[in-house]
Ligand binder design. Structure first.
Ligand SMILES: NC(=O)c1ccc[n+]([C@@H]2O[C@H](COP(=O)([O-])OP(=O)(O)OC[C@H]3O[C@@H](n4cnc5c(N)ncnc54)[C@H](OP(=O)(O)O)[C@@H]3O)[C@@H](O)[C@H]2O)c1
Length: 399
């Protein structure tokens, strides 16, 4: 029996609230807090069988956060607001003596920079306070690292090549929309690419390297190499890796829109003056795009995200693939959110459950591959994200 605060009432916050509400034996009291309280109230209303308390909070204001934590007295915060708020929420958790979990690494607002250094620097403080902080417990980052840890523990003696493959084979019927916060998403995918090879990072231009990959139940999709934050912790925690890459599928129509958005300056995070008011073009663009949480209703198709791994078992080279397919429609029918929010929110709820049931409760700051994958893997299927495995198959990737 534990009390949890979910911070952030977007698509992911909705799924986390629904999923926590389904497990009253662990999450006995739930509060949903965000910048706009009406959004929390609307989500709470969509969960009629449980009482979800709601609150307004500015998660960039530590005293305000602290007052909320001290009055509700949660055991754990699930942070599914934006990456900009991570450090403020971690500070408040330390002060209030509350465990912490998020799904995306801290980013400064004025620079699209994806690295764990800021949050890893909190390790000693969390240790001293005997508190647990779990970083990046969505799908990717998150479940992909748990898959890697599970594969390494049970299927390999050493892993050498890791490819995380992320396909959204869904169709929301809009000309252009992002599946999670547009500002965060566009910052991420317009970055230069980067992958790990023989102990160093190799840089690429955005969308420079593409391979067609076949995804179960979806078919072949153009998959582009890009940098993704979990590569940083994976190469640190699995030093036998000779190569680690991340691939994401994009359709031609999506890439054309993105190119135009970049060419006309709307992806810029540099403030400009508009009629005497300072605005950030990307933040303005976000307001004009469809809200990710509005995509669910007519979303068809599935996501397919997993890891393709090559390594050594009993002296022989072997290949291994592990993945989950998630239906946008089924996710929407259950929670009112589309598959990308669902695949993020379910691991976040289960990661919180792992901490609260002592499986992952230890002092310090951890990326999820550092924790025992077994209890998580045992349960994740029954909470909505079953996984499948194939061994000794063609992984279709260039090495
Ligand atoms: N690991 C993964 O697999 C994965 C995948 C997708 C997304 N994510 C992460 O999940 C998080 C949520 O994504 P989403 O799609 O749900 O985004 P979203 O729909 O934009 O929701 C973000 C929520 O945070 C709230 N918020 C923003 N600034 C705040 C502040 N200063 N104080 C309090 N609340 C604030 C927003 O409030 P308003 O409603 O007032 O705007 C909104 O409710 C993001 O960090 C994203 O990077 C992770």
């Amino acid at each position: 029996m534990a009390k949890v605060i979910i911070i952030g009432a977007g698509g992911v916050g909705r799924v986390v609230a629904h999923k926590c509400a389904q497990v009253p034996e662990v999450f006995s009291e739930i509060m949903l807090a965000s910048r706009t309280r009406s959004k929390c109230d609307e989500i709470a209303k969509s969960i009629p069988h449980r009482t979800i308390q709601t609150a307004q909070v500015d998660a960039e204001n530590v005293p305000e956060l602290l007052a909320l934590l001290q009055s509700f007295k949660p055991d754990l915060v699930i942070n599914v607001a934006l990456p900009y708020q991570d450090l403020f929420i971690m500070d408040a958790c330390l002060e209030a003596g509350v465990h912490y979990l998020d799904t995306a690494n801290y980013e400064p607002k004025n620079e699209a920079k994806f690295e764990y250094s800021w949050q890893w620097a909190y390790a000693d403080k969390f240790k001293e306070k005997n508190l647990t902080a779990i970083l990046g417990c969505g799908f990717d980052p998150g479940q992909t690292q748990i898959y890697t840890a599970y594969a390494t523990k049970h299927y390999f003696d050493e892993i050498h090549y890791l490819d995380i493959v992320d396909c959204n084979g869904g169709d929301h019927g809009k000309a252009f929309a992002t599946n999670f916060n547009p500002e965060i998403n566009i910052r991420e995918i317009t970055q230069k690419g980067k992958f790990w090879k023989n102990g160093d990072w190799v840089k690429t231009e955005p969308y420079e390297i593409m391979v067609p990959l076949k995804y179960p139940n979806i078919g072949v999709r153009n998959s582009y190499l890009m940098y993704h934050e979990e590569l940083e912790s994976l190469v640190k925690n699995f030093p036998t890796l000779k190569q680690a890459r991340f691939w994401m599928t994009f359709g031609d129509e999506y890439l054309t829109h993105l190119r135009v958005i970049q060419n006309i300056g709307m992806a810029s995070i540099e403030p400009i003056l508009y009629k005497g008011v300072e605005i950030v073009p990307l933040q303005f663009l976000k307001e004009t795009l469809p809200k990710p949480e509005s995509l669910g209703k007519n979303y068809t198709g599935e996501t397919s995200i997993g890891c393709r791994i090559k390594g050594i078992k009993d002296g022989k080279e072997k290949t291994f693939s592990i993945w989950n397919n998630c239906s946008h429609q089924e996710a929407f029918n259950e929670t009112g959110a589309q598959g990308v929010s669902y695949t993020t929110g379910v691991p976040a709820m289960l990661g919180a459950l792992m901490v609260l049931t002592n499986e992952w409760k230890k002092p310090g700051v951890f990326n999820v591959e550092e924790l025992n994958p077994d209890p998580f893997m045992e349960k994740i299927g029954s909470y909505g994200l079953p996984w499948q495995i194939e061994e000794n198959i063609d992984l279709e990737l260039p090495y």
